[in-house]
Design a protein around this ligand. Sequence first.
Ligand SMILES: Nc1ncnc2c1ncn2[C@@H]1O[C@H](COP(=O)(O)OP(=O)(O)O)[C@@H](O)[C@H]1O
Ligand SMILES: [Mg+2]
Length: 373
Amino acid sequence: MPTPTVEAVEAALRGVIDPVYGKPLLELGLLSQISVSDTNGKNAAVSMTVALPVVSEEVQKQVSTALESALAPLGVTQLHATFRLQVPMRRTNADDPVPTVRNVILVMSGKGGVGKSTCAANLALALHRGGARVGLLDADIYGPSVPTMLGVSGHPRALDGKSIEPMSRFGMKLMSIGFLIESDKDAIIWRGPMVQGALNQFLTDVAWGELDYLVLDLPPGTGDVALSLAQRLKSTGAVIVTTPQEVALQDVYKSVSMCKKLNVPILGVIENMSFFVDPAGNKHEIFGAGGGQKIAEFAQAPLLGQIPLDQQVRQWGDDGTPIVQAMPAHPTARAFVQVAEALSVRIARDAFERAGGEKAPDTHGPRRLKIMR
Ligand SMILES: Nc1ncnc2c1ncn2[C@@H]1O[C@H](COP(=O)(O)OP(=O)(O)O)[C@@H](O)[C@H]1O
Ligand SMILES: [Mg+2]
């Protein structure tokens, strides 16, 4: 078979559909630098750059396979695809405090102790390990968890008298009020305006730089913090964390209603502590069942996933290395990764629809994807 021309290759690729946007990859502008080379006169090799709008190993595999099968009839035996991550940008106002941050994700729940901080830390890490540039901002001024959960202590440095350099851990940028107080046991008595001031400062004065996702771990309650945030910037949206049990739901409903009032889109719901798997492999629904689904229906948003109640989650959280980082192959870590991937897909699809559903949003500046496994 003669070596195909670039035109023939492009024609063959025309039918390959992007699994995220549901349209042909080529038409969306996600394929570039397509070239053909002839190895030893027999096997044609095709190289190209593929922009991926999501953090998802699954989507990457699907795209690779689809490209390979489209090219096989042309006698192409080798595909060299360079994947680049191209996460869409949220909407921003002219005075946005973090204009270089593509997505701001609010992790919230009306209730304390449901695992907001645990979910925020593991989601952030899962996105980072999937190749994204990620920051984690502990917006729980009253009970900061990020220093403990990420095993970071010490104080951030002032950069130039004006901006603060975020702390960093496992390749993620971090900021927490916990880094600014002297001891873990220092009581913090904040009045409303001070809280607002501290949070604003964490947004405007921390040198976050270019990020694909900034994950905010919010305090429990439906109050001031979310309100002042919503006034300060347009977030990509909120992720609501709940447990399956009925008594937890009332407070969670309230946080959903608050998002609606503040025009904060709800990206999805995570049901945490969904079930316990005993050593014999039997599943126990310790906190009941169905809460996540109920909240998702109420919020008209997808249930992004269910995270089991697992002692390893608690232990690794206390030890400062979230389970996604400590035991990436563990089923509970995989559950967090799946939630992160579903979230990333949801964010990309929302942006695509907003942009009119024709061209991939934000096609400039893709970066080479480096996945950590
Ligand atoms: N899926 C889980 N399995 C076991 N323990 C968990 C799980 N999720 C959270 N925890 C534990 O529950 C406690 C509360 O979680 P945390 O994330 O601090 O909740 P919140 O931020 O909503 O107050 C922590 O000790 C945490 O380690
Ligand atoms: Mg918390």
